[in-house]
Design a protein around this ligand. Structure first.
Ligand code: SAH
Ligand code: SF4
Ligand code: F3S
Length: 480
């Protein structure tokens, strides 16, 4: 296969850079912005860098390579990148740091132009379709001492067998598909990540089996539209090798559910329009699939949803929630909401509040609409004033926070299954873990518990976390 050959070529470059680095104690720093897909891409970049002989440092100033994996879904990431690049100029003059920038933002022409004009000391810029070529770009940047620009504007391919250095040894991410065909009118992702394409079932299952063998307990399946896994391939008759029973997202979940060692399965992000009955049934019947489902709402108003090109109405969304609640025991929901989409009136925004009140989400990720160059939303004339957007955001936030508080109360006194992740960031004496519904629980216990799923009695709630106590046996458990 063509992509396999490309990866072989890159492995040669990995060896070449490794030779150059021998005995040099070279360090890299990586700053990742954006979603979990980007985090997973960064794990692959780290994998490549470590094979090339670099070790990681958390301090950008002492790094020999300063790498950025960028996001462009909202505006704030741009300011952050440019600020950091400004700071790096002096450091580069002193120690010759190699500056490399990759990821979604690099697929935007106006951004790469700005980098070339205002930050010409950047050594490597690469896009989302050329991540696998990082060893080659780096080798050439070192050898030729001139800027490498490696950006393609294509639909995209799938590359297997890249080295990987994972962030955790308890939870692992597995990208199952890439790209997006939905073109929601506010969103830049389809333009920077290319068209929807799924990985071969066999490659995914093998990766999960390998992860299980290494002792990981939880996996998160990633994609911009995970629940349309293999749909485009089937619609367009693109050949894929059916592996065991896997020919859809639902069957993929079922197959992964059988893999020994994996105890929890999560996935992000599904699209409400692709929540077919077989997916609901798979979630309900697979014991390892967590019952916290992310169901991006974006807006609760049918007219705004239409303008956003989301392909569902307020009623369809609420009906879907009802259906899922009826079929999936212990279901909890999280969501994404955008406030201040062009043309959104106060009245239409009330519909969003109404859906939030009705559904009672476990968690809500709230965003202020951000104009993205090249999207239909950016061309709409009825943009909302910043002040109005902020007012709506604050109103939504207040509602969400009051609901979270109320919801947290329901946990107190129950017993929850918690995957213990490590010691608490703020207090080394305490352990931290997460419930099936992804709530953080802090508790006292032996470090031997790290990596295990245990029963905890919830004793109190504190807005963003719960406190728990080890369950010592004789008391009656009453989980919900
Ligand atoms: N594919 C996923 C996630 C896409 S990006 C999905 O469809 O759910 C993550 C979130 O960022 C989106 O769900 C949306 O709420 C938010 N977002 C995307 N574009 C945005 C924009 N231009 N302004 C503000 N928020 C945006
Ligand atoms: Fe963006 Fe919509 Fe695709 Fe999600 S589904 S990535 S919001 S275009
Ligand atoms: Fe951002 Fe790219 Fe993810 S734009 S949200 S990093 S797909």
């Amino acid at each position: 296969m063509e992509t396999k050959k490309e990866i072989e070529e890159q492995k040669e470059y990995i060896k070449k850079v490794k030779e150059i680095n021998q005995n040099k104690n070279q360090k890299y720093n990586i700053l990742t912005m954006g979603c979990q897909l980007n985090e997973n891409d960064s794990e692959k970049l780290c994998g490549m860098l470590e094979e090339m002989g670099y070790t990681k440092t958390e301090n950008q100033n002492e790094a020999d390579i300063a790498l950025f994996n960028t996001c462009c879904v909202r505006e704030n990431a741009e300011d952050k990148l440019f600020g950091k690049l400004g700071e790096l100029k002096k450091i580069k003059e002193q120690k010759g740091t190699i500056i490399a920038i990759g990821g979604c933002m690099m697929q935007e022409k106006h951004i790469t132009n700005k980098i070339k004009e205002s930050y010409p000391y950047t050594d490597i810029i690469f896009g989302t379709h050329t991540l696998h070529k990082f060893p080659e770009d780096l080798y050439k940047a070192i050898k030729e001492k001139k800027r490498q620009e490696d950006i393609l504007d294509i639909d995209g391919k799938i590359y297997e067998d890249l080295p990987i250095k994972r962030n955790s040894n308890i939870k692992a991410s597995v990208t199952i598909m890439n790209g997006c065909n939905n073109f929601c009118s506010y969103c830049i992702v389809p333009y920077v990540r290319g068209r929807e394409r799924s990985r071969e079932p066999k490659a995914i299952i093998e990766e999960v089996k390998e992860i299980a063998k290494q002792g990981y307990k939880e996996i998160t399946l990633l994609g911009q539209n995970v629940n349309s896994y293999l749909r485009i391939e089937k619609e367009k008759n693109i050949e894929f090798e059916q592996y065991k029973e896997v020919n859809s997202f639902a069957t993929l979940l079922k197959e992964i559910n059988k893999i020994e060692g994996i105890e929890r399965i999560r996935f992000v992000s599904p699209h409400p329009k692709d929540f077919t009955d077989d997916v609901i049934e798979a979630i309900a019947t697979c014991d390892k699939v967590c019952k916290l489902i992310h169901l991006p709402l974006q807006s609760g108003n049918t007219k705004v949803l239409k303008e956003m090109n989301r392909k569902y109405t307020k009623e369809q969304y609420l009906n879907l929630v009802e259906k899922m609640k009826a079929k999936i025991p212990n279901l909890t929901l999280s969501t994404d909401i955008i406030v201040g989409f062009p043309g959104e009136t106060d009245e239409e925004f009330e519909d969003t509040l109404d859906v939030v009140k009705k559904v009672k989400f476990e968690q809500v990720y709230m965003f202020i609409y951000s104009r993205r160059v090249g999207t239909p939303g950016d061309k709409m004339e009825n943009q909302i004033q910043e002040e109005t957007k902020h007012k709506r955001f604050d109103k939504l936030k207040a509602l969400v926070e009051s609901q979270i508080e109320e919801n947290n109360q329901k946990y107190v006194g129950t017993t929850q299954k918690v995957l213990v992740e490590g010691t608490s960031k703020n207090n080394e004496e305490m352990l931290t873990g997460r419930t099936d519904s992804n709530k953080v629980v802090i508790f006292e216990g032996s470090k031997n518990l790290i990596g295990n799923i245990i029963d905890l009695k919830i004793t109190s709630e504190h807005m963003w976390y719960l406190k728990g106590k080890l369950f010592l046996g004789t008391e009656e458990k009453n989980s919900f």
